[in-house]
Design a protein around this ligand. Structure first.
Ligand SMILES: Nc1ncnc2c1ncn2[C@@H]1O[C@H](COP(=O)(O)OP(=O)(O)OP(=O)(O)O)[C@@H](O)[C@H]1O
Length: 793
């Protein structure tokens, strides 16, 4: 055991050494070009050495004398280096060296994977040695072919094995290279010769028949013979089934695809003849004339926030590694497990910003559950909070023990936003949450989640997490592409976003504040969102597309007419901070629309982010949980809470300050949430807020609450604002249905229903008749005018 422990020591050290060895991209380009140029110089020196060596050899000792000049293309440098490598080295096969150097230079220059290169070097050097010995053996008269090394090696080998021995060794080397490098097998060779023989015999027959054609009698015969000869060749080829498959295939591929291509071409021509649809013609013309619709045009000068608005939080280099701490923890883990008679075959550490993952491979025959049960004992022996044991790590045959670092490194929002993973993310709504345990930036697409549930005890980083989400979107999305609805019962957390109201926020038509702090308004907003959802589905149906992305693409291509009610639809992200408070005060009234939105809104670009302090089952009800597959848990106080959020324990063992677990249904990932402080958010919102904005915040559809009408239905003064328009629609159409009002006036179902009740009370439509539309009691608009005027009198 002790042996094993000491064995793993160098491994930990190597992780430390990795960083200084890493070469930056610029340096790689410089080094790469240097290598390429050097290899060219070597090549010219070596080649010209063969023509100039006799003259230059005498000058080698006069290297320092500036008056002396060598004939080598690279003068004395070329003469000396060639003398060393070619004459004293490996002879003509030395030319492999500049080739290998040039290749390495190209790899470095282009930043290619070094694995393949190593292979080439190994083979190159083997060739170098083999050729050198071979030339040394066969061309003893010309020492420049095999070089001194070739000669000496031959001499050495011949002293022990004799000439025949060296010959056999060379032969073995040749076989080895052929088999390993060219995959040559006896069957392959035999098949090759067989096919060659067939080709030859076919050629032979052809020439024979060509010659025979001099004879008038045989002209017809040869014509008849021609085809069978060709068929014969093919049948022969097919008879070489397994061994020479590749050559066969090639020949077959050459013939078959050619025909196919011709056929495909013909088919394409036919397709072109098809008349394009009329809508497409119009759309294409519009696109030709005006270009694609650009939703960002209205705020064409909008500037995305710059990275310098974010703070590095004092973290400049990467993670600092404390070698002693690593060793200490490793020894403690090994010792603790040893006390329980659990031997470890291997141990490996991955250092993350807040925790270090020790991956262990237990010795054969040890039960995983035994290690899992020792969680508390290991935590005790390491004297640390937040130990989490993952047994086994999914997808790996190891057991993970996560141990918090003594000095956690803050993951700044700046570093994750600047990461190429986030910058290059081709996602609809990319969110950079932070960094994983292996220090990789963790970016996910909110559009794919499609809703997110966040929970964690107070002070563990929820608000910072919400800010990280919002900041990510602000850095990636134009105001035309995404709108936020912010619900903040605590009234302090999200107020900063007020500044970007007219850029990024959406609100109800009559409300003054865009950020909702009042619980009753939340209910209206949620219902309004449900109307928006219904409206969007209606638009999607008309456009015959399945989701928002397709809809917007079609709209941008000008295939949807704005006169039919089509418009560019931004994503809507609803953020609710402190959901527990809301559900306690409003109960079913919020649960129902939230569940409805969560179930249906994914396709039409409405996404919910719900955060709560209290992850108990009466807050995160079954129906909500079922519709929020993506969940984040910050530190919670009990195992039960952890189970409620994640369906697994672990969140109770986090260390707080943004340490979080993320799951999207299957495995749980531990992430250190990126830290974005309030002053940073203030700077970003200030930056955006100071730019030209839309005249108003994005308007949500109107929703009139259930209780605002019922008792006043019969009171003329309290009739719905749209009462008159609705009456006119009904009378004109002579059809008393709520859905007609809904459609024509773009109202929600509840409101249209209430207007119908008011119309009934006014005597304009008859009573409810089950599935049939109500009877319209007023015949035309003139009669309607009269009726309403009489009412006022
Ligand atoms: N990702 C992080 N990195 C470093 N420190 C953090 C991180 N997240 C939070 N913290 C620290 O924890 C403190 C509390 O965070 P935050 O305000 O987000 O907690 P909260 O869960 O929203 O609490 P509450 O529910 O009471 O509002 C922050 O002021 C900060 O010092």
């Amino acid at each position: 055991m002790a042996k094993k422990a000491s064995k793993s020591r160098p491994k930990a050290k190597s992780t430390k050494k990795k960083n200084p060895l890493r070469i930056s991209k610029q340096n790689k380009i410089i080094l790469g070009s240097l290598l390429i140029l050097f290899s060219i110089a070597l090549f010219f020196s070596f080649v010209s050495f063969y023509f100039t060596w006799e003259h230059d050899q005498s000058l080698l000792s006069e290297f320092k004398d500036r008056n002396e000049e060598a004939k080598n293309l690279l003068n004395k440098f070329g003469a000396s280096i060639s003398h060393f490598f070619v004459y004293k080295g490996f002879g003509i096969s030395t030319l492999i060296i500049p080739f290998l150097l040039c290749l390495s230079g190209i790899y470095m220059f282009l930043g290619l994977n070094k694995k393949g290169l190593l292979n080439k070097w190994i083979w190159g050097l083997l060739f170098l040695i083999w050729f050198s010995i071979a030339f040394g053996f066969f061309a003893t008269e010309s020492p420049l072919l095999g070089g001194l090394v070739g000669y000496e090696m031959n001499d050495f080998l011949q002293d022990y094995t004799g000439k025949i021995g060296v010959l056999l060794l060379l032969l073995f080397g040749l076989v080895f290279i052929m088999v390993r490098l060219f995959n040559l097998t006896p069957e392959g060779v035999a098949a090759y010769f067989k096919s060659k023989r067939n080709e030859l015999s076919a050629d032979f027959k052809n020439t024979k028949s060509d010659k025979g054609s001099d004879n008038p009698e045989e002209i017809t015969k040869s014509g008849e013979d021609e085809e069978p000869v060709i068929i014969d060749t093919y049948t022969h080829k097919e008879e070489i089934p397994h061994l020479n498959k590749e050559t066969d295939k090639k020949e077959l591929e050459v013939t078959v695809p050619e025909n196919l291509e011709e056929e495909q071409l013909a088919m394409e021509v036919e397709q072109i003849v098809e008349e394009p649809e009329e809508v497409d013609v119009l759309a294409n013309k519009l696109v030709d004339d005006f270009g694609e619709f650009d939703p960002t045009l209205e705020l064409g000068n909008y500037k995305f926030p710059t990275i310098d608005l974010l703070d590095a939080h004092g973290v400049t280099g990467g993670i600092t590694i404390n070698q002693e701490e690593l060793e200490e923890n490793k020894n403690k883990i090994v010792d603790t497990l040893k006390n329980y008679k659990i031997g470890i075959a291997q141990i490996k550490a991955t250092i993350g910003p807040t925790v270090t993952l020790y991956e262990i491979v237990p010795e054969a025959g040890i039960r995983i559950s035994k290690i899992k049960n020792l969680e508390d004992d290991i935590a005790l022996s390491l004297a640390a909070l937040g130990i989490r044991i993952i047994a086994p790590i999914p997808g790996k045959g190891t057991i993970g023990i996560e141990v918090p670092n003594k000095n956690a490194t803050i993951v700044s929002m700046r570093s994750v936003i600047a990461s190429s993973k986030f910058q290059k993310a081709e996602m609809e709504l990319p969110i950079a949450f932070g960094k994983t345990i292996s220090n990789e930036t963790f970016v996910v697409d909110l559009a794919k989640m499609p809703h997110l549930l966040m929970a964690g005890a107070t002070g563990q980083g929820k608000s910072v997490g919400l800010n990280a989400v919002l900041t990510s979107l602000l850095y990636k999305k134009h105001p035309a592409e995404v709108k936020f609805i912010l619900v903040d019962p605590k009234k302090v957390e999200l107020t900063l976003y007020n500044k970007i109201e007219r850029h990024f926020l959406a609100k109800l038509p009559d409300s003054e504040e865009a950020i909702i702090t009042d619980n009753t308004k939340v209910i209206n907003t949620l219902n309004s969102l449900c109307i928006e959802m219904d409206n969007r589905y209606e638009l999607l149906k008309l456009a015959m597309v399945r989701n928002l992305k397709e809809y917007n693409t079609k709209f941008k291509a000008r295939k949807l007419n704005p006169n039919d009610g089509h418009k560019f639809l931004p994503y809507i992200v609803l953020v609710i901070d402190e959901f527990a408070d809301l559900i306690m005060t409003a109960g079913k009234e919020v649960e129902t629309p939230i569940a409805r939105l969560a179930q249906l809104a994914r396709a039409i670009g409405i996404h919910l982010i719900v955060a709560t302090q209290r992850p108990s089952v009466n807050v995160i009800t079954g129906i909500i949980k079922a519709n929020f597959p993506a969940r984040i848990a910050f530190r919670v106080t009990s195992k039960i809470d952890s189970r409620t959020i994640l369906d697994a324990q672990g969140a109770d063992q986090l260390i707080g300050r943004g340490d979080m677990l993320y799951t999207q249904g299957n495995d749980v990932t531990r992430i250190q949430c990126a830290f974005v402080d309030t002053p940073e958010v203030a700077k970003i919102t200030e930056y955006i807020g100071s730019q030209r904005a839309y005249p108003e915040a994005h308007e949500l559809p109107e929703y009139v609450g259930e209780d605002s009408g019922t008792s006043v239905d019969y009171d003329i003064a309290d009739r719905d604002k749209m009462f008159r328009e609705a009456a006119e629609v009904i009378v004109t159409a002579q059809q008393g249905s709520a859905s007609l009002i809904q459609r024509k006036l773009k109202l929600g179902y509840n409101r249209a229903g209430r207007i119908i009740d008011q119309l009934e009370a006014a005597g304009i439509v008859g009573p409810f008749e089950g599935s049939k539309a109500r009877q319209v009691l007023v015949t035309d608009l003139v009669a309607l005018d009269q009726l309403l005027e009489n009412e006022i009198k």
